[in-house]
Design a protein around this ligand. Structure first.
Ligand code: ADP
Length: 298
């Protein structure tokens, strides 16, 4: 058991891969030296199954009481099933918004609601079972591909795993491995490419099936063939979930229902790609400087 969790603990970042509470989040917390600051309120109740309506109302946030204001009156409304892309320069506050969504921290002031329930009033377990977090670097442990995917929902049957892998577009590459789903991969998945590790993460998400999904999109260089699979897999992942993506790929950003442009802890622009381009503001500049060059490769 110790071996099983060590890689996660060593990383020192408590959400380094897909996380949902029902599977392993709480176990990670239990074994971590550094306990999270957020705990259930004494009168906390379970969040009922949600549709995925997410609202920030004038959310302000500081990591430390006497530290700088990191989020400054952030307000937005994500409707069930929408894809929200968070864009903006490094240090703008994108990851912080995601930290609050997953309730790794509580808001300093303002309110965050899920289906109109204040996220701070519900139990962490009930919240996190409905909020899936997927990090750039997929956590792979030493074991079979089958078990690595099953990590998304420990009681999933082999048939469930296979179905999820197919929908996630991971099945193709798994079939080419020496022993298919029974192939044993080493810790950190060195024998798998970055793209293949992501496809495994996609399958895990499909198994866990959270209504709300948080994704830090990978920036790793990926071959064009895997890239096409990832795009198809991602489209499946986003179906029927409210998704928040710290987006790096132009294709993802262009397809988002809402793009939130974050700068210095504030939402400076919000809208769809075409709207924001027409405004010729911050997004337009960002697009011009960071994304236009990518167009040729996508
Ligand atoms: P982004 O994801 O847009 O790059 P972040 O949300 O990571 O931005 O960071 C926003 C600001 O918060 C930065 O100034 C960063 O230094 C600060 N910050 C991030 N994490 C912490 C932390 N754990 N403690 C204190 N400050 C932090």
């Amino acid at each position: 058991v110790n071996n099983f969790w060590n890689p996660v603990i060593n990383i020192g970042n408590f959400y380094n891969s897909l996380i949902t509470a029902t599977t392993y989040l709480e176990r990670i917390f239990e074994t971590m030296d550094e306990q999270p600051t957020v705990r259930d309120a004494d009168d906390a109740f379970d969040l009922p199954p949600v549709k995925g309506d997410v609202r920030f109302r004038n959310v302000c946030f500081q990591y430390e009481a006497d530290g700088p204001l990191i989020l400054d009156h952030v307000s937005f409304h994500a409707r069930p099933g929408q894809t929200i892309a968070l864009v903006g320069p490094t240090g703008a506050g994108k990851s912080t918004i995601i930290n609050l969504l997953a309730r790794f921290y509580n808001v300093t002031s303002g309110q965050l609601t899920i289906d109109n329930v204040d996220s701070q009033r519900v139990t962490l377990a009930s919240l996190r079972s409905q909020v899936g977090v997927m990090q750039q670097d997929t956590f792979i442990f030493s074991g079979t591909i089958m078990d690595n995917i099953r990590y998304g929902r420990l009681d999933a049957s082999d048939a469930d795993v296979l179905r999820a892998a197919k929908v996630a577009r991971a099945d193709d590459f798994i079939q080419t491995l020496p022993a298919g789903y029974q192939t044993v991969v080493q810790e950190h998945g060195g024998s798998l490419s970055a793209g293949q590790r992501q496809l495994i993460a996609f399958a895990r998400v499909l198994l866990a099936d959270p209504r709300i999904l948080i994704l830090d999109e990978a920036t790793a260089a990926i071959d064009t063939q895997t890239e096409a699979l990832l795009q198809a897999g991602l489209a499946e992942l986003l179906k029927g979930r409210t998704s928040f993506i710290v987006a790096h790929r132009l294709s993802t950003i262009r397809q988002a229902d809402q793009i939130l442009v974050i700068d210095h802890g504030q939402i400076v622009e919000a809208g769809r790609h075409a709207e924001l381009m027409a405004q010729r503001g911050v997004y337009y500049e960002l697009y011009d400087s960071q994304y236009r060059l990518l167009q040729a490769t996508e």
